[in-house]
Design a protein around this ligand. Structure first.
Ligand code: PMP
Length: 305
């Protein structure tokens, strides 16, 4: 459950958490018309810092553009709003949830006439994928969004109806998460994570053309891996390559870098987090937790407490 904080940012003002409500007849409630972000702020020895804030807020702007939602704030203003919200609430580590939605005004499918409301909330949050140090997952019977149906590059509320089907099915069948294939049967992504495999020392992840979200953690792992001198290939991945991979892991703001132990009860490698996964995770957590230099400029410091 969410642990409420004091304030939520709404269209330029910090309002009480309890006042951040919307009307049941708002466009978003009926048609899923929202775009949002999920961002982490880490505690560090030096204080606290938001991980890749501009990249997340740029993706919010991009998601809004795809859905023809005009956001009346610049990238800098949106980033400053996130920092203001965190500093007003004084909570770190935390999860940050900016959302732009079509509000109360029109109730027809055409959103013309519905106002756009932007909110930014933050609250304390811990680990996501359950299952100790490695997760048992399945390949979902649900496919990811087919091209030219729902735009997979937009992080839109409505896309998460598909994610919910993937996640609920996995949960019902006793798995921590599901990996969805794209409309052509190639590996796409988890319900809320990108997926990487390692085979013979080479790192593979599906390209965005396989209906995967342009994950910020995915990008971080690609950058870290290249920096570590690993060979990284963005390439279409057939389902069966999952089973014969040496290592498989998820990436995401919530999942961070999460090793996978088995897929459809087929044990991956020796069933333990792999050496390459551990090297990448070490770099990732080192930077995020402020224990290694921020050599890629990924951190935005915030003042809490
Ligand atoms: N795919 C989906 C469907 C997601 O919801 C997320 C979480 N935003 C990701 C991938 C991972 O993206 P990121 O690393 O930016 O959190």
């Amino acid at each position: 459950p969410i642990q409420p904080t004091s304030k939520i940012w709404h269209n330029g003002n910090l309002i009480p958490w309890e006042s951040a409500t919307i009307h049941v007849m708002s466009h978003v409630v009926h048609y899923g018309s929202s775009v949002f972000e999920g961002i982490r702020c880490y505690s560090q020895p030096q204080g606290a810092a938001v991980f890749r804030l501009p990249e997340h807020m740029q993706r919010l702007i991009d998601s809004a553009k795809i859905y023809r939602m005009a956001l009346p704030y610049s990238l800098d203003e949106l980033c400053a709003a996130v920092v203001d919200t965190i500093e007003a609430n004084g909570v770190a580590p935390c999860y940050i949830r900016p959302i732009a939605l079509r509000g109360y005004g029109e109730i027809g499918v055409n959103p013309k006439g519905s106002p756009i409301d932007i909110y930014i909330a933050n609250y304390p949050w811990g680990k996501y994928v359950s299952g100790g140090d490695a997760a048992d997952v399945c390949v979902s019977s649900w496919n990811r969004l087919a091209p030219n149906t729902m735009p997979a590059l937009a992080k839109a509320g409505a896309n998460y109806m598909n994610s919910q089907l993937i996640r609920m099915e996995a949960d019902t069948n006793g798995y921590a998460e599901g990996i969805a294939l794209d409309v052509n049967g190639y590996v796409s992504e988890g319900s809320g994570e990108n997926v990487f495999i390692i085979r013979n020392g080479v790192l593979y992840t599906p390209p965005l053309s396989n209906s995967a979200l342009s994950g910020i953690t995915r990008d971080s792992v690609l950058t870290i891996s290249r920096h570590l001198g690993l060979t990284v290939i963005e390439q279409t991945i057939p389902r069966e390559l999952l089973y014969i991979a040496d290592e498989v892991f998820f990436t995401g703001t919530a999942a961070e870098v999460s090793p996978i132990r088995s897929i459809d009860r087929v044990v991956i490698g020796d069933g333990k987090p792999g050496e390459i996964t551990k090297r990448i995770a070490d770099e990732f957590f080192g930077i995020a937790n402020g224990l290694k230099p921020d050599k890629f400029g990924w951190l935005t410091p915030v003042k809490v407490g």
